[in-house]
Design a protein around this ligand. Structure first.
Ligand code: FMN
Length: 216
């Protein structure tokens, strides 16, 4: 289907809900994130903890995908995945990553850049044990990012693992665990009328967070 230019023009919307300014902005970007994340929670946005994760391989070719934020504090932003997936291979070659939250209902976007490291095995195992059984089985079944011949392979493996771990505690697969992105840059974007949006960037320099307003 071809969407004509006229239809794109009809998609135009103005952003009018909120403002972000020097007075209201918090000095600590983690606290600013916490404030906006809580607003997303309170607004009951679907998948508000879903974030786009950008990685790049050793020569800088980028790739992106959505992952779920499972924890954050001043040490970083944690997500869980397969350590043999494409993202994991790229993070092995190049530890730089970026995260993006976009909450259209709130007319807000948050960008976070930093370096990514694996969480401890103990932490990954503890989180794995908190997951529903189906998700635990799924982690064993899926060779994430690898080509597979058909869906049936997955379903058969799923049944095998269900039988194997019928009553037993399911351990985390060795190639499954967490990553933590430690931020060096945050950007908070609030949509405003006439495309004159509010943007504030925090960069970590000389052991403190420096704040700059950016042109939209
Ligand atoms: C809403 C949503 C949440 C997702 N959450 C995760 C997640 O937390 N961890 C994960 O490994 N994949 C998650 N995925 C799947 C990834 O987007 C992606 O397909 C997968 O991790 C393989 O990515 P890669 O081949 O780039 O490594 C999610 C997808 C969506 C749409």
């Amino acid at each position: 289907m071809k969407i004509g230019q006229k239809n794109f023009l009809q998609l135009h919307r103005e952003y009018t809900q909120e403002t972000l300014n020097e007075e209201s902005l918090l000095a600590n970007p983690f606290e600013q994130f916490q404030q906006w994340f809580k607003s997303a929670l309170n607004a009951k946005l679907i998948d508000f903890n879903a974030m786009t994760l950008a990685t790049a391989d050793g020569v800088g070719r980028p790739s992106i995908r959505t992952v779920l934020l499972k924890e954050y504090d001043e040490s970083g932003f944690v997500f869980y995945t397969n350590y043999e997936s494409r993202k994991a291979k790229e993070l092995n070659e190049n530890p730089n990553g970026a995260l993006l939250f976009y909450w259209p209902t709130l007319e807000r976007q948050i960008k976070i850049e930093g370096t990514v490291k694996k969480t401890s095995v103990k932490k990954s195992e503890a989180y794995f044990q908190s997951r529903p059984t189906e998700s635990q089985i799924g982690a064993w079944v899926s060779p994430q990012s690898k080509p597979i011949a058909n869906r049936q392979i997955l379903e058969e493996k799923c049944n095998d693992y269900k039988a194997r771990y019928n009553t037993d505690k399911i351990p985390a697969p060795p190639a499954w665990g967490g990553y933590r992105l430690k931020p060096t840059l945050f950007e908070f974007w609030q949509g405003r009328p006439c495309r004159l949006h509010d943007r504030f960037q925090y960069t970590f320099t000389h052991q403190e967070w420096k704040i700059q307003r950016l042109a939209p």
